[in-house]
Design a protein around this ligand. Structure first.
Ligand code: SAM
Length: 273
C-alpha cells in the first residue's frame, strides 16, 4: 500500500501525518457511527486511505485536499468508487455551504492537519452548515482544550463552542507511532455529535460568541474590565449587569460555565436593544 509513497516528501507544514493501518482506520470509521444513509465531508484526503474506509460505509463522501502532488494517486484510487468526489482546494478558502448545497445534513470527518485545528473547528462550529457531527483526530493538547472545564488554563472559547453545539466524546487515544511520519505528540480521535437542540437558550448567537471572545480576550483581567470594551457602558452599569446575573464584581471570564455565559449574553442583549 505504501509502495507508491516511497518517494513522497511529506510536508510537515501541511500537517501531513498519514494513517495506513487498516484496523485503526476501521476503528475510526466505527467510532463516527456513520451509516449507509450518511453524507460526509472529509478535510484532507492525504493518500485517501481514510477516505476509502469511509466511502465503503457511507452514502456519499466529499473530500478536500490542498496538495496538488496527491491528485493523481487520489483520482486513480477513487476511480472504482462512484460515491466519492474529490476537490483539490484549501478548506479555509472554500465556500463549504455552496460545495455541500443540496446534499442535506452531513458529518465532517477528518484526520486534521494539526496546524489548522482551531481555525477549522471554529469555522465549522460557528457556521450555519447543517452539521450532524464533527469527528476529528486532534493532538492531545487540542483535545484538552475541547474538554476543558471552567477555571483551568485550557478552558476557553473552543470548549464553550463545542459544548454549545455538540456532546463531545474521547473515542480513541492514538499513539504518535501510528502515523507516518509520527507527529511529536500523541493524538485523540474525538467525536462530536451535534445536539438536536442547544442545551442552553441563547437569544443572539453572534452576541453570545462576542461575549465569550471578549471574556477571554485578556485572561488576567476581570470579566467586568473585558466586557467594558464590548458593551461600551459606564463601569457601574457593567457591574450592575454582573450582579443581575448573580456574578461577583471581580470574577474572571474563565470561571463562567456555559449556562452563565448564555444568561450573561441574554442580559446584555436586553440591555442594548
Ligand atoms: N486523511 C489522510 C490520512 O488520514 O492519512 C491525511 C491526513 S493528514 C493529517 C492532513 C491532510 O490535510 C494532508 O493530506 C494535507 O495535505 C491536507 N491539508 C492541509 N492543509 C489543508 C487545507 N488547508 N485544505 C485542505 N487540505 C489540507
Amino acid at each position: 500500500m505504501k509502495q507508491d509513497l516511497k518517494q513522497f516528501e511529506y510536508k510537515i507544514s501541511l500537517g501531513q501525518n498519514f494513517i495506513f493501518d487498516e484496523a485503526l482506520l476501521a476503528d475510526i470509521v466505527q467510532q463516527t457511527g456513520i451509516t449507509k444513509d450518511d453524507t460526509i465531508l472529509e478535510i484532507g484526503a492525504g493518500r485517501g486511505d481514510l477516505s476509502i474506509a469511509l466511502a465503503r460505509q457511507c452514502k456519499e463522501l466529499v473530500t478536500l485536499e490542498i496538495d496538488a502532488r496527491l491528485e493523481t494517486v487520489l483520482r486513480s484510487r477513487f476511480e472504482e468508487f462512484d460515491n466519492i468526489s474529490l476537490h483539490m482546494v484549501d478548506v479555509m478558502k472554500t465556500d463549504l455551504a455552496q460545495l455541500m448545497e443540496g446534499k442535506g445534513p452531513f458529518h465532517v470527518v477528518s484526520n486534521l492537519p494539526y496546524y489548522l485545528t482551531t481555525p477549522i473547528l471554529n469555522l465549522l462550529l460557528h457556521s450555519k452548515l447543517p452539521l450532524l457531527g464533527i469527528h476529528v483526530m486532534v493532538q492531545k493538547e487540542a483535545a484538552e482544550r475541547i474538554f476543558a472545564r471552567p477555571d483551568t488554563p485550557e478552558y476557553g472559547p473552543l470548549a464553550l463552542a463545542v459544548a454549545y453545539k455538540t456532546a463531545p466524546r474521547e473515542a480513541l487515544s492514538i499513539p504518535a507511532k501510528c502515523f507516518t511520519p509520527p507527529p511529536k505528540v500523541d493524538s485523540v480521535f474525538v467525536t462530536m455529535p451535534y445536539h438536536h437542540a442547544p442545551p442552553v437558550r441563547v437569544e443572539d448567537e453572534d452576541l453570545f460568541s462576542s461575549v465569550i471572545q471578549t471574556a477571554f480576550a485578556m485572561r488576567r483581567k476581570t470579566l467586568a474590565n473585558n466586557l467594558a470594551q464590548l458593551v461600551k457602558l459606564p463601569r457601574q452599569q457593567v457591574l450592575d449587569l454582573l450582579s443581575h446575573c448573580g456574578l461577583p464584581e471581580k470574577i474572571r471570564g474563565e470561571a463562567l460555565d456555559l449556562p452563565q455565559f448564555a444568561a450573561l449574553s441574554n442580559a446584555i442583549k436586553r440591555l442594548i436593544i
